[in-house]
Write a protein that binds this ligand. Structure first.
Ligand code: C5P
Length: 253
């Protein structure tokens, strides 16, 4: 007779359950497909779909290939789409942009600095897709954040996260370095945390400033991690994209 093991359930497991986040580590990895051709996108989806949960398309792929084609081809290959269009406009335009993509993608992004009226309008149009609010870009250093917002990155992220929670967004995009401070804000517990700026110990920093390793980001409270070049352009010592994704999956499992 088999006995069921009773596993300890941590506080963060309970919060994740509340937010509907899968316990499967693969589902928490989003790979950024920053490519210029549909062939490169298709090849990467086929190569990586066993190791990552979501495929992020951003401004490079959207402007080079076009949104309808990206949606059609990634969906045909069984990929779940994170549409990183980073909308930033007046409420009516943001609403129409949301209407055009929300039913085709799992998650999409808008900039917090579009303001509360725009965020509320988008929240009303998002349907079942997840609305993620971009706070302070992970490429901005603290000095860069001061220059743009006259505030530290940490303080601005908390301010934008409060705005996101108040206007009906599902989550935010921030760097792993703000996760600690976010954890101390009880009112923000329900917000999904998505963190780019992920750099495994074996990869280059590139143009990212506020970074952490996959394991650090998950331990500090990320629900999803976004990783681009360390997977799509892995260093020679790692060899292939598949191997890079596999190592990251092992690191967070
Ligand atoms: O190659 P890398 O891992 O730096 O890719 C990170 C991806 O996440 C890029 O596609 C970038 O546009 C996106 N992103 C980011 N910082 C944000 C929001 C999105 O780096 N705050």
């Amino acid at each position: 007779m088999e006995y069921m093991k009773i596993l300890p359930i941590s506080h963060s497991d309970i919060i994740r359950k509340m937010k509907n986040i899968s316990t499967n580590p693969k589902e928490r990895i989003i790979v950024a497909l920053d490519f210029s051709t549909i062939e490169e996108i298709q090849a990467a989806v086929i190569e990586l779909r066993d190791f990552v949960g979501y495929f992020k398309v951003g401004l490079q792929a959207i402007n080079r290939i076009g949104t309808p084609k990206l949606i059609q081809e990634i969906t045909n290959l069984g990929g779940q789409i994170f549409f990183d269009g980073k909308f930033h406009d007046i409420p009516h335009t943001m609403e129409e942009a949301t209407n055009s993509i929300a039913s085709h993608v799992s998650m999409f992004t808008v900039h917090a600095s579009a303001g509360s009226a725009a965020l509320r309008t988008v929240a009303g149009a998002k349907g079942t897709s997840l609305l993620l609010v971009v706070t302070v870009l992970t490429s901005l250093s603290d000095e860069g954040a001061q220059e743009v917002f006259s505030q530290s990155a940490k303080d601005r992220v908390i301010g934008f996260a409060k705005l996101a929670a108040a206007t009906g967004a599902d989550g935010i995009v921030c760097s792993p370095l703000e996760l600690g401070q976010l954890a101390s804000e009880q009112d923000l517990a329900k917000l999904i945390r998505v963190t780019p700026g992920i750099r495994p110990s074996w990869s280059d920093q590139g143009d990212q400033s506020r970074t952490a390793t996959p394991r650090q980001a998950i331990e500090w409270g990320a629900d999803y991690i976004v990783i681009g070049r360390p997977i799509t352009h892995p260093p020679k010592i790692i060899g292939s994209r598949k191997r890079a994704a596999q190592l990251i999956l092992e690191e967070i499992s």
